[in-house]
Design a protein around this ligand. Structure first.
Ligand SMILES: [Zn+2]
Length: 253
């Protein structure tokens, strides 16, 4: 089960995926349960970033009516490996700072995954890494690392507290996608604001690690630089909030 506050966030994220669908050349369907795991893992690994390999389920294509509803008029097919198939599972592959996180030990496939990945002990289709207390915007190192990816690359940006050694870093140019609203400090009523009150941000939810989560960002991109639309889907492959998109489409027809 995915926690209710995450379901609400994923629903609003999907609304944006729907209303902004013409801006994307392709889409990827990420199960909400995997998304929740990614958020928890990101916080457990602090202050490191984590690199996560994602596999698709080659038996489970996107639900056709969902794929159609979220497709842009100008879509690209056969753009990347695994396109059109739902993401199945995620494995943490590495952790480190924003540079070292991309550098895997050369023998990592042999030692880490030969048993759990069976005969398919090859590289993963998609990759995701985290930006703790920084927006989900690719750096130069991220763009370089993406050139090796057969599928797509994703970045999960989180804003949380307590911040530890990682104060929120926002001085980055680029297109960002929030899961829910931007975390804007609440205006305080007291005339004399203390330092701590000034930093008071809305709390979306609390992670098992005890961190308060203020903002979640998630983006996906192909190595050629094109943005990929992400849909957060339930166990049946339907995006959270699907009823709303069906209604909107029927009204428009
Ligand atoms: Zn990065």
């Amino acid at each position: 089960m995915v926690e209710p506050w995450l379901v609400d966030l994923m629903t609003s994220y999907n609304e944006e995926s729907y209303s902004g669908r013409e801006a994307y050349t392709a889409q990827v369907h990420l199960p909400g349960k995997v998304f929740a795991d990614l958020v928890w893992w990101a916080l457990q690994a602090l202050p490191d970033e984590i690199l996560v390999g994602l596999d698709v389920d080659a038996e489970i294509p996107h639900v056709e009516e969902v794929d159609e509803r979220f497709s842009a008029k100008e879509s690209t097919y056969n753009l990347f490996q695994g396109q059109g198939y739902r993401i199945k599972e995620a494995h943490i592959v590495n952790r480190g700072d924003s540079y070292s996180v991309h550098h895997l030990p050369e023998d990592w496939t042999d030692d880490m995954f030969s048993s759990s990945r069976g005969s398919r002990a090859g590289r993963f289709t998609h990759w995701l890494h985290t930006h703790p207390n920084a927006p989900a915007i690719p750096s130069g190192a991220d763009a370089d690392a993406a050139q090796e990816t057969p599928g797509i690359d994703m970045i999960l940006g989180l804003r949380f507290s307590p911040e530890g050694p990682l104060p929120w870093f926002d001085d980055v140019e680029g297109q960002r996608r929030r899961v829910g609203q931007e975390a804007v400090p609440e205006p305080t009523k007291a005339r004399r604001r203390s330092f701590f009150q000034r930093q008071k941000l809305p709390v979306l939810g609390v992670a098992p690690s005890g961190h308060k989560i203020h903002e979640i960002q998630l983006i996906a991109f192909h190595k050629n630089g094109l943005g990929i639309n992400v849909l957060l889907v339930d166990e049946d492959g339907y995006p959270y909030g699907w009823e709303r998109f069906s209604v909107q489409a029927n009204n428009a027809a």
